[in-house]
Design a protein around this ligand. Structure first.
Ligand code: G16
Length: 569
């Protein structure tokens, strides 16, 4: 049909990537995810789709092979859009169509999509690829490459990368290197610029984070005295370790030696989530999750905004999983409006773009901060107009924005030890600059490594210990459980996933259960990354939260077609 699309070659190559009969997959919360052995055809086809997206946007597109927090046997794939953002929602539909097309229809479905999105087939295509450390990832990324090349697209395979690193590469390439150099060295240079020293303990989920944090070591002039645990040399990916394990089980990962009151953190399998924790002198475990991170960062930004006395609106975006105490603290103490979206950073990101400064974090530790163009313009203008102390604060914010918006900004490096010596609350001079550099490292979709650097900087600047940070508010006791059902799509929800619409009777059952407990709340939703239904409950005591979560799980099991073992109390 068209000289730029060799359809014969496509037919021949796709025979090597046959679709298993009857397999239907959805582009879910974070792309396609299932058992690795079912994904070969999806990888090939996402290579094809990435070429179309690249031609349409005349930009470099990213393809990341990872199943992030899922067990090692799973895998997955997600596409990265030109500005380092998640794939546009309308393209998720094309992705789902293409992934589910029967082999004999592949060509026509592909042509349909190119017509619908008005792709100029003569346009060049460029796709960059990254993968996590799963045993299946290398072969699957070869299938992506196969898909790209059969349509004449060019490929750069970065090999092992964290998900945020791939987002960074895509963004750098589409801004002609203005943001940074599209190499891992460029990424390390950008992130380590303000930090000459870093200490702490990091659980790397037996994943890619260990490798990449290790590579970053030489970029810290005083060394990186971070101790890495679960670095993949022994244990299994995400198995009894990593951010998802720590958050859902509310206990430390295996394989980490915690000294009392020492700051520790965990990444997930592709290093886009982070949670902090410590053990107090009585041996009690304290978790500081994404909600605590959002609180720390947004109160810090709020202080800066108040100093310049301008009406820049700060909004915080959470999901239904956000602890009730965090929402209350943000609204009543920090005094910022809080919004709730569906699970998935793509939804939070979208909402956060509505504010001058949008802070978004999922409770599971996935998030970042966004600045609007309008806020950027306003602050730059303010910085020019004001001369006094106020102008200093405006300049600070201006720098933050420059950095967030990927202009390069060279600032003097400062050690965290020096930062620590400053008085709490002092927000001037060199340590602010250092913070700005760190903030600049925050990536478009959240990055465990850069989030860690920013958190460390804020703690140092404010002179806060992890215990003081933790004490900002007390989490309501909560419990998360998973329920196995025959078909999780029988559950549909509304109101940012806080209410069940289908199957009939389930929401009423949840309402009745919730009434039995004080300060309680519960919701259920089908996961978009695992073949399960998630249950969340919170209440005034851990026993109540546990018991409510269990009772709600039973209701799901009974009313939504539970399979296998009944939930256990
Ligand atoms: C992905 C998404 C997150 C989401 C998580 C769980 O995380 O990026 O936004 O919170 O899945 O989603 P679900 O509850 O639908 O399974 P990751 O770290 O696995 O990529």
């Amino acid at each position: 049909e068209d000289e730029d699309m060799d359809l014969d070659a496509l037919t021949k190559r796709s025979a090597f990537h046959a679709k298993p009969d009857g397999l239907i997959l959805q582009y879910g919360t974070a792309g396609f995810r299932t058992k690795a052995e079912h994904l070969d055809h999806v990888m090939f086809r996402m290579g094809l789709l990435a070429v179309l997206r690249s031609k349409q946007t005349k930009s470099t597109i990213g393809v990341m092979v990872t199943a992030s927090h899922n067990p090692e046997e799973d895998n997955g794939v997600k596409l990265v859009d030109p500005l380092g953002e998640m794939l546009a929602p309308s393209w998720e539909e094309h992705a789902t169509c293409l992934a589910n097309a029967e082999d004999q229809n592949l060509q026509s479905v592909l042509m349909d999509i190119s017509e619908k999105v008005a792709v100029n087939l003569h346009q060049d295509a460029f796709v960059v690829i990254g993968r996590d450390t799963r045993p299946s990832s290398e072969k699957l990324s070869q299938s992506v490459i196969d898909g790209v090349t059969v349509l004449g697209g060019q490929v750069h395979d970065y090999g092992l990368l964290t998900t945020p690193q791939l987002h960074y590469m895509v963004y750098c390439r589409n801004t002609s290197g203005q943001y940074g150099e599209a190499t891992t060295e460029g990424y390390y240079e950008k992130l380590s610029k303000a930090f000459v020293e870093l200490t702490g303990q990091v659980d790397c989920a037996n994943g890619i984070g260990a490798l990449k944090l290790g590579e970053m070591k030489p970029y810290f002039s005083q060394g990186l005295s971070v101790q890495l645990f679960n670095d993949g040399s022994g244990g299994k990916l995400n198995y009894f370790c990593g951010a998802d394990f720590v958050k859902t089980h509310q206990k430390p990962p295996q394989g980490i030696e915690m000294k009392s009151n020492e700051r520790c953190c965990s990444f997930d399998g592709d290093a886009d989530r982070i949670v902090y924790y410590y053990q107090d002198v009585d041996g009690h475990f304290h978790l500081l999750d994404g909600d605590k991170i959002a609180t720390l960062i947004s109160s810090f930004l709020k202080e800066l905004v108040l100093e310049i006395g301008e009406s820049l609106n700060i909004g915080v975006v959470q999901t239904a999983y956000a602890n009730g105490s965090s929402t209350r603290y943000l609204e009543e103490v920090v005094k910022v409006p809080v919004y709730c979206t569906k699970t998935g950073v793509k939804h939070l990101h979208h909402k956060a773009q509505e504010f001058d400064i949008g802070v978004y974090f999922e409770a599971n530790g996935h998030g970042t901060v966004l600045f609007s163009k309008a806020a950027e313009t306003k602050i730059k203008q303010l910085a020019k107009e004001l001369e006094d102390k106020k102008s200093k604060a405006a300049k600070m914010l201006e720098n933050v924005i420059d950095l967030f918006n990927q202009c390069s900004c060279l600032l003097t490096p400062v050690s965290s030890a020096e930062l620590g010596r400053r008085q709490p609350g002092q927000t001037e001079g060199i340590h602010i600059q250092a913070l700005l550099v760190l903030l600049s490292s925050l990536q478009a979709t959240g990055d465990a490594i850069s989030d860690m650097l920013v958190i460390e900087a804020v703690l140092a600047l404010k002179g806060l210990t992890i215990q003081q940070w933790d004490a900002l508010y007390t989490d309501l006791p909560n419990r998360q459980l998973k329920v196995k059902v025959a078909d999780r799509q029988v559950i549909s929800t509304t109101d940012a996933e806080r209410q069940v619409v289908k199957p009939p009777g389930l929401q009423e059952a949840i309402n009745d259960l919730v009434k039995k407990y004080k300060l309680s709340r519960a919701f259920v939703r089908p996961s978009g990354t695992e073949d399960i239904v998630r249950v969340y409950a919170e209440a005034d005591s851990q026993e109540s939260a546990d018991s409510l979560a269990y009772e709600v799980s039973l209701a799901v099991f009974q009313l939504a077609g539970g399979v296998g073992e009944r939930p256990q109390s």
